[in-house]
Design a protein. Sequence first.
Length: 139
Amino acid sequence: MQEKRKSERLKELSDIHTTVLTTENHIPKGEICYNYSEDISVSGARIRGNVHLPVNTLLKIDFTLKKLKQKITAIGIIRWTKGIIEDKYYEAGVEFTSTSVEVIQQIADYISWRKKIISLSPFAIPFYTYDKARGSDSP
């Protein structure tokens, strides 16, 4: 199967806080419970939570980039959704829209930095796994 991604993704859990910006699709406008992103790229992210978000829902997502403890805010639109656990837990693909060039550059720099760190990790294991084995939480 051919990869359809627009840009390289970093598979890393990041804490997120989400806010619905549209009132369409019978979703109340405001905060909703999406707990984390599973991966991120300069064009979007995969997020997980306990509320079904229909395709085309506009969101504001506040990401906390794990290793830098840095917060960034992106605006995105839901492009796909999927029930994970018997329709009690959901996954959604978000495409970033109306997100500033500065934020996109921060994401690109972070992905590049993390990929470099991971490539230098001993035994070809992800750096975050190595951190946990060492009992460290620093990059």
